[in-house]
Design a protein around this ligand. Structure first.
Ligand code: NAD
Length: 634
């Protein structure tokens, strides 16, 4: 069942309607069962139009369905098909089943009731009925080998293309994405169930912003740099060159399928690498990225997309790419690291989180509550940097709690197509199970649920779940929940809250809310984490000039921003010397006289002031002249 409240129907009627809906639309390989859609939330719009008698009849029937066993309900629905041939004294309730219950179920499922006119709703559930079926083993192996063959030959070409030209190749992508924006958003929503605004802000805006950053900054950041050579290497030129690695394997999770495809892929390409990309089997966006790259005229071999699950990912690693760039859970990250270590493949790991929000009693509580709520439930809580723990200072706890509850109850939740919904539904049943387990564990250990009490632990429509009375003995405060949860905990002092924030295996991101910026900065420095926002939330990843990455079990390495380019580059150190006949002082032969001069020269080099400089010059010149004396003819 997908809904807990209706102004016209009781919970029992909703349960009965959901049961009848599943009998009528049980779902199959391509379509979800009725109860696995969020459309039941629209029931009041239909019930508003019913006459009071019809509404009562409808309530009675669906209430009855909720207590009858499913086979009996199925039998009654079948019998209703023959309502017209039944004796008149018994026919009316069966007519009501036909027109009322069946009519409502089909209308909810197939009709877009949020539009001003009635249109057939595009059914958005292909992957929700199960992950992409894997291809036969031999076909998959052939595809993997082909992908690496193509990528390796592309990487040889890419290596020779200057950076400015690589950037020119990527330029049209921004325009192509904007042109195809609605197609992209539809595909993201269809596979993830997120709200239109969530999809737009993080996946369209985020990607465009990243591409703009590449165009503006990559040229400078990846250009050759000069490093100082120092007195000891006087006359030599020191440089740093950023060169491609070869073929980079990017593996992504399901929560931001478009963003996590384009951002790593284009970062690797700009650095001159060919890419083999494996999306999540849950949200593959099959064919979409290929189409966009083709439309942008990006050479076909530069990016190879291989679809499949974890086993496919593991087979891709066996092809020994020059680098693995992985975004996903800490559990899988560990497996990848193990496998990569066999071949000594460098790995970048962007993993899970359990991010704390810390609210001091001098914070602007309305703003802090709005920010913390957004941070916890955006993308329905399925973000690696979601707020998953909220620590509130003693004096502000009750007021903050009130604000959060007030705002959480106003969250609009559905899979919309006009940007009017705050959050969508969960992407996978597996995640729903984890959230139910964490919630029940917390309630069993004494937590109190302040919102979302009616969530049935099965529906993918999970409302914001605000809790209090939580402790660190609960899973909801220790393990990654990855859902719209807001466990609130009281703290008193700065030291206490730093300890609480650091009492976690993870260290991805955090937020600190206080008027006192010096204090907020002290806390931000005290937390072991890769990212932190002060008086804001999840904002570091909103700036593509900042690096992104984690500490502890949240992973290692950085991507995005200047430092992000290092993940995809062979950073080559270069010294250029003149083509002279000179023999270096540190080359053979070693002699006692050379040793003495070297010692004096070193003393001069590391002694401050004019005395040191003179000592260095005098002994350096003597050493130089001694070094040029030949050892004898061969
Ligand atoms: P996951 O680890 O289950 O899967 C991620 C990817 O790895 C998928 O493509 C999957 O097919 C692949 N995979 C699984 N086993 C593999 C193996 N043995 N070898 C190679 N590939 C394998 O993660 P998920 O459930 O898809 O995503 C959710 C997780 O991702 C959460 O923990 C979330 O915090 C994390 N995440 C992290 C970031 C970040 O930047 N730090 C961003 C988004 C999501």
């Amino acid at each position: 069942m997908t809904m807990n409240y209706s102004k016209h129907l009781g919970r029992q009627s909703l349960r009965g309607l959901s049961k009848a809906g599943d009998i009528l639309i049980p779902g199959d390989d391509t379509l979800p069962a009725f109860s696995r859609t969020p459309y039941l939330t629209e029931i009041d719009r239909i019930a508003d139009w019913m006459t009071p008698q019809d509404r009562e009849g409808f309530k009675f029937l669906t209430g009855l369905f909720s207590v009858l066993p499913s086979p009996v309900v199925r039998g009654l629905i079948k019998l209703a098909d023959r309502a017209e041939s039944l004796p008149e004294w018994i026919a009316p309730p069966f007519r009501m089943i036909n027109v009322g219950v069946k009519g409502v179920v089909y209308s909810l499922y197939y009709t877009d009731l949020t539009a001003s006119h009635t249109v057939r709703r595009e059914l958005r559930w292909s992957t929700r009925c199960g992950p992409l079926a894997p291809p036969p083993e031999s076909e998959e192996s052939a595809r993997i080998e082909e992908a690496f063959r193509n990528a390796r030959s592309a990487s040889r070409v890419l290596r020779k293309i200057p950076l400015a030209e690589r950037l020119r190749f990527l330029e049209p992508l921004q325009e192509v994405i904007q042109k195809n924006q609605n197609r992209i958003l539809d595909a993201i929503q269809r596979e993830t169930g997120k709200s239109r605004s969530d999809a737009y802000m993080s996946e369209i805006f985020g990607v465009l912003d990243h591409l703009a950053f590449l165009q503006k900054k990559a040229g400078k950041i990846l250009g050759d740099r000069t490093a100082p050579s120092g007195l000891a290497l006087l006359g030599k030129k020191s440089q740093v060159w950023f060169e491609p690695l070869g073929t980079v394997l990017c593996i992504s999770p399901w929560n931001y399928p478009f963003y996590q495809a384009i951002v790593p892929m284009t970062s690797a390409l700009v650095c001159g690498n060919a890419v083999v990309y494996k999306p999540s089997e849950l949200t593959p966006l099959k064919g979409l990225v290929e189409d966009l790259l083709r439309e942008a005229n990006i050479p076909e071999d530069w990016v190879q997309i291989v679809y499949g699950d974890g086993r496919t990912g593991s087979k891709l690693i066996d092809q020994k790419p020059e680098k693995i760039f992985f975004i996903g859970s800490s559990r899988t990250g560990q497996k990848i690291l193990e496998q990569a270590s066999k071949y000594l493949i460098p790995v970048e790991l962007e993993l899970g989180g359990k991010d704390p929000a810390i609210v001091f009693d001098d914070a602007n509580l309305d703003r802090a509550a709005a920010g913390v709520l957004w941070g916890a439930v955006t993308n329905t809580g399925q973000s690696c940097t979601s707020v998953e723990r909220v620590y509130v200072q003693e004096g502000a706890f009750e007021a903050f709690k009130k604000c959060i509850i007030h705002q959480a109850l106003r969250i609009v939740q559905k899979v919309d197509d006009d940007g009017s919904s705050d959050i969508g539904i969960m992407t996978s049943d597996a995640q729903v199970k984890i959230i139910a387990e964490h919630l029940d564990d917390a309630l069993k250990k004494g937590a109190r649920l302040l919102t979302g009490e009616n969530w049935d632990r099965q529906s993918r429509v999970i409302p914001p779940l605000v809790l209090e009375n939580v402790t660190h003995s609960m899973k909801i405060m220790k393990e990654e929940t990855f859902g719209p949860v807001l466990p609130l905990m009281v703290f008193k002092t700065e030291n206490e809250v730093i300890e609480l924030a650091n009492d976690s295996d993870y260290g991805l991101s955090a937020s600190v809310w206080s008027q006192d910026l010096a204090r907020a900065e002290r806390i931000a420095r005290g937390i072991v984490t890769g990212n932190v926002s002060i008086n804001n939330v999840m904002l570091t990843e909103g700036n593509h000039a900042l690096p992104f990455g984690g500490a502890k079990k949240s992973g290692f390495g950085r991507y995005k921003g200047e430092f992000g380019f290092y993940a995809f580059s062979n950073i080559k150190s270069v010294i250029i010397d003149a083509n002279s006949k000179k023999i270096e002082a540190n080359w053979y032969p070693y002699t006692a006289a050379k040793y003495r001069l070297f010692d004096q020269m070193t003393r001069g080099l590391f002694t401050r002031g004019i005395k040191g400089l003179l000592l260095f010059i005098f002994n350096g010149l003597s050493l130089e002249s001694l070094s040029q004396k030949k050892r004898g003819e061969p």
